[in-house]
Unconditional design. Structure first.
Length: 106
């Protein structure tokens, strides 16, 4: 087994985990946006403000990719939904691709 094959096999789990955790961050961003919209959160609290800032900085660049294609309409933003579909696709596609590449490199 070549070094490249071992490296590609070793990448499968971390890549899958990164995608999984980013999906969880997106779900947290959606829930956070609902809580902000209905004034459930006290955004003047320093901790809540810091959490909101971190989550927005992690997700807004990704959402902006899809907002260029499908802009928010009538107060509804579909970019998180589209982003989740893309991530679920990548979560299945990338590990399989890495496994195939590793088997061919062996």
């Amino acid at each position: 087994m070549s070094v490249l094959a071992v490296f590609l096999n070793a990448l499968i789990v971390p890549v899958a985990l990164l995608l999984h955790y980013y999906i969880l961050v997106i779900i947290a961003a959606v829930i956070l946006s609902w809580l902000e919209a209905f004034n459930v959160l006290n955004t003047y609290n320093r901790f809540v403000s810091a959490v909101c800032t971190v989550i927005h900085k992690l997700t807004d660049p990704y959402f902006n990719l899809f907002r260029k294609i499908v802009p928010p309409a009538g107060g509804l933003d579909f970019s998180p939904l589209i982003g989740l579909f893309v991530l679920y696709f990548l979560q299945n596609f990338i590990p399989q691709l890495l496994a195939i590449l590793a088997s061919k490199a062996a």
